[in-house]
Design a protein around this ligand. Structure first.
Ligand SMILES: *Cc1c(COP(=O)(O)O)cnc(C)c1O
Length: 412
């Protein structure tokens, strides 16, 4: 029997930390290849949430009692964990949101509402997630600005010459994902940020897909805003992060009004709280913030370079196998890719393939992956997407392709 590749990374040890992976689906051991939609959770993160509700639960920043002090301390310590994780200068620049989507909506409504006017342009590459398209269309509609698509070539690579040609003094913002969830393309963020800044535009980076794969440094990157979701970083749903440069966040008006975000309230006028609380109206998802910090603590204990190398090896192994399948077309063939293999199979609908894979215990995503514009460019309704994390194995990929062969026999 042909042996599968090995990396130095001890994947079995890691898998033991993720209890959900150890189960059968439709009578077969689960192969979870839908990590771009949501990642699984280490026991340490689950334990942190249970511990919080068992011992510390209370509202934050309000109480004159011990539990509230404890909840506040853990909640604010979680913010510090996130700030350190992305190398933000201060915790005031870490705003809790419900996820990447809400973070982008916050910037669009608050920064966009205050800074955009008729004639201004927002550049959005054609491979963006709907979350990084629709909020810009909504604020453009209100302000008279326009959203202009940056072309992407047939490999799924942003056309940098076209971007340069589009960048002029009408452009106020470039909103771009770090890694495409539909294609896996890793975009040349640092170069794009430099080019945008040269014409005075701000840059929002949607890091929802990048954050789980490598360490990053928002100061070195010099982005104006960086957003991501907790649930794609081995943390809970319902929590996300907006990082912003301090001077921009200081100038931006509040997004929502309510408790927590004010300094004083009277019917003659209200003054707003300092950063980050100005943007955090209402009781936050305290447990989720603590859970996200536990997920980050877990990652910080690992060899992240080895994890990333393992993911790269999984993608290379899966890509080689895919190229050998008759009628299979890989969608997204950029030179620089992360952990995503999207494909179509001649004459077969992605959702039928997904269903038949699930019957064999293999979880993938099918459809347009919230990126209809790029699917339209490829002239397809959607793809089958297998997306990898460090807890996936080479055997998982073998299982995917064995299952896919059965699908081909059934459907052809
Ligand atoms: C998942 C994803 C989003 C949206 O994240 P939510 O958690 O649904 O808010 C935005 N952009 C990209 C690239 C994504 O992968």
């Amino acid at each position: 029997m042909k042996s599968v590749p090995q990396t130095a990374f001890d994947v079995q040890k890691i898998r033991a930390d993720f209890p959900i992976l150890n189960q059968s689906i439709n009578g077969k051991p689960l192969v979870y290849l839908d990590n771009a939609a949501s990642t699984q959770k280490p026991q340490a993160m689950i334990d942190a949430i249970v511990h919080y509700y068992t011992h510390d639960n209370s509202n934050v920043h309000r109480g004159a009692h011990t539990l509230s002090d404890r909840a506040t301390a853990r909640f604010e310590s979680a913010r510090k964990t996130v700030a350190d994780f992305i190398n933000a200068k201060s915790t005031g620049q870490i705003i809790w949101t419900r996820g990447a989507t809400e973070s982008i909506n916050l910037v669009a409504a608050s920064w966009g509402g205050a800074n955009l006017k008729a004639g201004d342009r927002i550049l959005v590459p054609a491979l963006e997630h709907h979350s990084n398209i629709v909020p810009w269309q909504m604020i453009a509609e209100k302000t008279g600005a326009s959203v202009v698509a940056v072309p992407v070539d047939e490999t799924g690579t942003i056309d940098m010459a076209a971007l340069k040609a589009l960048l002029d003094d009408r452009v106020k913002l470039l909103a771009v994902n770090h890694v495409s969830n539909a294609l896996g393309t890793i975009n040349p963020i640092e170069q794009m940020i430099k080019l945008a800044h040269a014409v005075g535009a701000k840059v929002l980076v949607d890091g929802a897909q990048a954050i789980a794969h490598w360490p990053l440094d928002v100061q070195a990157m010099d982005c104006d805003f960086y957003v991501f979701s907790g649930h794609k970083l081995f943390g809970p749903t319902g929590i996300g992060v907006l990082y912003g440069k301090r001077e921009l966040l200081e100038q931006m008006p509040p997004y929502q009004g309510g408790g927590e975000m004010i300094e004083t309230v009277s019917f003659d006028g209200t003054t707003f709280n300092q950063l980050p609380y100005k943007f955090e109206a209402g009781t936050p998802d305290i447990a989720a913030a603590i859970g996200l910090a536990a997920a980050i603590d877990y990652l910080n204990l690992q060899d992240r370079a080895a994890m990333a190398a393992h993911e790269d090896a999984l993608l290379a192994y899966a890509t080689a196998k895919a190229l050998a399948v008759p009628g299979l077309k890989i969608i997204g063939t950029a030179a620089s890719k992360a952990a995503v293999l999207g494909f179509t199979l001649d004459g077969m609908h992605p959702s039928d393939i997904g269903m038949l894979l699930d019957q064999q215990g293999v979880a993938v995503r099918t459809g347009h992956h919230c990126a209809q514009p790029i699917m339209q460019q490829y002239g397809i309704p959607g793809t089958v997407r297998a997306s990898f994390s460090f807890y996936n194995t080479f055997e998982d990929i073998d299982r995917l392709f064995v299952a896919l062969e059965k699908v081909r026999q059934l459907l052809s």
